[in-house]
Every structure is written in structure tokens, then in C-alpha cells.
Design a protein around this ligand. Structure first.
Ligand SMILES: N[C@@H](CCOP(=O)(O)O)C(=O)O
Length: 385
């Protein structure tokens, strides 16, 4: 019911072990016959595997009950109904779990014994968790000293072999692609078309929960797989007759890691990498996003845009969400930070929050300060209340 197609030359493939086109090197994507969709977007039982008829697996899935994340209404200073889709409430605390439930299941289906990824943190945490569940060996390459503590702790505890390289994420991704090829490891970064299929369910859930498509979806953009996947989800919903209009896809990058923003401003369809990306939002600290061309297509075709936000704007949006009970890591807050900068006339907007506050406790302590310490007696405490 599905095949792989090169996004550059359009060639079709049935070999599920490849993730780039043997002819032109382009990335592949899964193409479905959407007439097989057999779910109802009625707001009931919203979980990722509700949409199995449009997910490319043939065996029982490796699941930790991912998806079904809350869509919170939030009160911010814009003339629109604003919702936050809190992907930080997935099992490992980020949207990557949607991809890993599908990607790790596919690894088993293909008879693979080991999986691998490069990571700024969340991908490795999620892959470690799902591969532990599946009984697969997991190898992680990450930039030494640059990964938030919560994420590193998860990858270690779930038993991945974690290799910290002296280099940034972009270098780690290049290396892991090569080593996976050499050693027959199943690569689970967002170059893997099956993993991205899991992530498209964010679009399905938004429509399921809202009862209609929003006017715009704001998405933090690092390696750029998520914005491309969500856009594909909306395309499939339109093709299957569930929605009429595709929301505008609005990508948000950090100022210090903004190659896609720069390409957008210049009207280009590919990027010039940023050599030394830097931002407080470690999850999107990426200079050469591997899905950049796909992301730009999603933005242009949906008449959306790409914005950039400063670290100060990210922290301010993170605090704004925290005050409404929504705890997110810095990269996640970039979507709201982007919306707050945007002069738009949308009715309904969804901001994607990609990861949980607990992922990066060090950043949280830096921006929120430390507790007041006093002697253990009532009068001291009374003075403070
Ligand atoms: N922010 C990511 C970077 C890797 O992106 P991927 O989507 O290609 O796995 C991470 O969490 O590691």
C-alpha cells in the first residue's frame, strides 16, 4: 500500500533498506495510497496507532503508548485562538517518540539488530528507549559537552553506547551516516523516511483534536524533519478528503542557527550551512539541516514562512508558557516566540512544543535562579511568605 519515492528525481523504490536515492542521492519519502485511510477524526481515542492504516509497518508495533499529546489553549497577546501541542508529554519527553515507534518497528521488521543516530539529545534519548524496548543494540554519536543533561541521562540509562565526538552535531551526523553504512547499522535520524512517517501523525492529531485544520502551525526547526513530516500529514489528510485547506507551515529557527531562515529570506530552495551554530536552544543548534530542501518546499507550498528568534525571545516565551503550567525546553518555546513576533490575521494557530522542560534542567536553573535558603525555623520562613 506504499512505496518509497525520491523527493528529487521522483524515482520509485521497493527496497526498504535504502534511505537515499541510488540514482541521484536525494532523500526518499514514503508514498501512500491514502484511499486506505480507515480512521475517523472525531476526537476519540487519540493515540498515534489510531492512524495505523497510514503508517508503513507490517508487524505489531514497538510501542510505549506515544502520541495523544494534549493540545492546550493558551492565553497570549495575539488576536487568534492559540493552542500548544505539548509533544514533551510523550514517553521520552519529545516528539521523537512518534518517529521512533515507527522507525524501531521497521528496524525489527527488516531484521536489523542494531540502530544508530547522531543527536543533539532528544533523538538519542528516544532511540535508546525504544531500542531497549525492542531488544536492539543502540549506538549514539553526539557533540561532546553540548547535550542537555536530561537527554544524555536518558540515553545512558536506557543502555545506548554513547560516543561523544569532539565536533558539532553536523559532523556527528556525517560520521554516523558513514559508520552505519560500513557496519550495517539501521540509521534512525530524520533521513530515515519511515521515522518521519510517525511524526506526520502530529498533523492527524491536531485535526482530530481541533475538529478542523488550523490556519497556521508554528514549528521549531533544527534538522527540519518535523516540519516536513507535519506538512506531509496535512497533505495526506487533504488527499483523503478529511480537510480542504493545508495550514500555513511556519518554521522558526534560532538566530544563531538559521540557515533555513536565510534561504527563505533570499527566496532560495536550498541552504548555505552555518559553520558554527550557537543558541541556548540546543535541540535546534544545527548548521546544516539535512531536511532543509523538504522544509523549504513545505513552507513555500503552504504559503508559510520561516522566522528567526533570539535566545532572549526564546527564554521569554519559555517563561510565558511555564506561567500557564506548560513546561518546555528552550527549542520548544521558539514556536511561540515566532508567533509573538508575527503580525498575522490567523483565527486558529497551533504552536508545536517539541520537548519537556526536564530535558534541560541546567538551562532552567540558569534562567530561573536558585531557591532562597534560610534557617529551619518558622519566623525565618514567615518572613518570606
Ligand atoms: N534535535 C535533534 C537533532 C537530530 O535530528 P533528527 O530529527 O535528524 O534525528 C536531536 O534531538 O538529536
Amino acid at each position: 500500500m506504499y512505496l518509497l519515492r525520491c523527493i528529487e528525481c521522483g524515482e520509485n523504490f521497493e527496497n526498504e533498506l535504502i534511505y537515499t536515492c541510488p540514482k541521484c542521492g536525494g532523500l526518499l519519502e514514503v508514498v501512500f495510497d491514502v484511499s486506505n485511510a480507515d480512521f475517523r477524526l472525531d476526537g476519540n481515542n487519540v493515540t498515534l496507532w489510531k492512524y495505523r492504516s497510514l503508517l508503513p509497518v507490517r508487524i505489531e508495533p514497538v510501542t510505549l503508548f506515544e502520541g495523544g499529546t494534549p493540545l492546550y489553549p493558551v492565553d497570549v497577546d495575539v488576536d487568534a485562538r492559540v493552542f500548544v501541542k505539548h509533544e514533551g508529554l510523550n514517553p521520552s519527553g519529545s516528539f521523537k517518540d512518534r518517529g521512533m515507534t515507527v522507525g524501531v518497528t521497521k528496524a525489527l521488521e527488516l531484521g536489523m539488530k542494531s540502530v544508530a543516530c547522531a543527536s543533539t539529545g532528544n533523538t538519542s534519548a528516544s532511540m535508546a528507549m525504544y531500542s531497549a524496548r525492542a531488544g536492539l543494540r543502540a549506538y549514539v554519536l553526539l557533540p561532546s559537552g553540548k547535550v542537555a543533561l536530561g537527554k544524555l541521562a536518558q540515553a545512558m540509562m536506557h543502555g545506548a553506547r554513547v560516543i561523544a565526538i569532539r565536533g558539532n552535531f553536523d559532523v556527528a551526523l556525517k560520521l554516523v551516516r558513514e559508520i552505519s553504512e560500513r557496519k550495517g547499522l539501521y540509521l534512525l535520524n530524520s533521513v530515515n523516511p519511515f521515522r518521519l512517517e510517525g511524526q506526520k501523525t502530529i498533523a492527524f492529531e491536531i485535526v482530530d483534536q481541533l475538529g478542523h485544520a488550523p490556519d497556521a502551525v508554528f514549528v521549531p526547526v533544527g534538522n527540519a524533519g518535523n516540519i516536513s513530516a507535519i506538512y506531509k500529514g496535512f497533505l495526506e489528510l487533504r488527499e483523503a478528503g478529511y480537510i480542504d485547506e493545508i495550514p500555513k507551515m511556519i518554521g522558526v529557527q534560532a538566530e544563531g542557527a538559521n540557515p533555513i531562515y536565510r534561504a527563505f529570506v533570499e527566496g532560495k530552495d536550498s541552504i548555505e550551512p552555518v559553520e558554527n551554530p550557537e543558541t541556548i536552544a540546543t535541540a535546534i543548534r544545527i548548521g546544516a539541516p539535512v531536511n532543509a530542501r523538504k522544509a523549504l518546499r513545505a513552507v513555500y507550498s503552504s504559503k508559510g514562512k520561516v522566522l528567526q528568534v533570539s535566545d532572549e525571545e526564546i527564554v521569554s516565551a519559555q517563561k510565558m508558557l511555564a506561567k500557564q503550567g506548560i513546561g518546555v525546553e528552550p527549542a520548544s518555546a521558539s514556536s511561540l516566540a515566532g508567533l509573538l513576533k508575527e503580525d498575522s490575521d490567523f483565527d486558529t494557530v497551533v504552536c508545536i512544543a517539541t520537548g519537556n522542560l526536564l530535558k534541560d534542567p541546567e538551562e532552567v536553573m540558569r534562567v530561573s535562579g536558585t531557591p532562597v535558603e534560610v534557617d529551619a525555623n518558622i519566623s525565618e520562613i514567615e518572613r518570606l511568605i
